[in-house]
Ligand binder design. Sequence first.
Ligand SMILES: Nc1ncnc2c1ncn2[C@@H]1O[C@H](COP(=O)(O)OP(=O)(O)O)[C@@H](O)[C@H]1O
Ligand SMILES: [Mg+2]
Length: 271
Amino acid sequence: MTKTAKGYSNTIWNGVLRDEYAHSTSITNISQQQRSIISITDVKKIYKLGDIAVNALDGVSFDIFEGEIVFIQGPSGSGKTTLLNLIGGIDTISEGNIRVCDDTLRSMSAKQLTMYRKQRLAFVFQFYSLIPTLTVLENVELTMELMKFPQKKIRKDAEHFIEMVGLKDRRNNFPSQLSGGERQRVAIARALAKNPDILLVDEPTGQLDQDSGVKIVDLIRTIAKAQNKTVILVTHDLEIIKFADRVIKLRSGKVVSDSPLEGSAQIESYI
Ligand SMILES: Nc1ncnc2c1ncn2[C@@H]1O[C@H](COP(=O)(O)OP(=O)(O)O)[C@@H](O)[C@H]1O
Ligand SMILES: [Mg+2]
């Protein structure tokens, strides 16, 4: 696998390792290597609407490495959500393959896909998807109850994650009593409570003002780095691009650029 854009050059062994520092082409030592956690190969998604075929994804290929924060950026209709849904195993691939660690999604049974979603992934959506009749604490606890975590751990961890997103004082409030940014924080706490390897985030700032949106994405980045989570975040919002390690631009179902971000100069040139 190779991809180059804006001087991005990486070093791959057997398609699964690369130099951690994307600007370096030299192989140094093993501690600087990252493992490919997701490998997307020539993926196509065709929706059939009667006689009309919509090519939502038209031959997308890239790898995502463990601990990386990857933003998939593109205008509305470019295929971002479709791609996230395919990676998340909630929609079926028309052509090509997605491998997550050693598993190929297309070869998994429905039961295996459910286990994959349940144990390895957590989703954060634009519209928060909180249960309105449960408090902040109960929303987070419910996720852990569904995961069948021990009861003692549930209360302790729920409190911990709520504190981590800065909502300790609001834990007994209902979602309707919170601002959009606070609701998104609950959604993040709920996602983290599952202890996923991979966070899939779809337009997290879509319902927020600019300031709240920036704070939310900053929070996602801070926590993901502290806990070594891999994040795939799709957005059309250029204000938050600076929080990515790497930005993959999608246009009309194709990757048109794939580049790491290092400092504001690159962000400016990217925009
Ligand atoms: N379930 C569906 N049935 C038919 N067409 C769809 C479906 N979902 C998405 N599409 C189409 O696929 C394209 C990509 O959509 P989407 O992935 O939602 O884009 P984005 O998230 O970038 O806005 C669009 O043209 C959209 O209309
Ligand atoms: Mg979308």
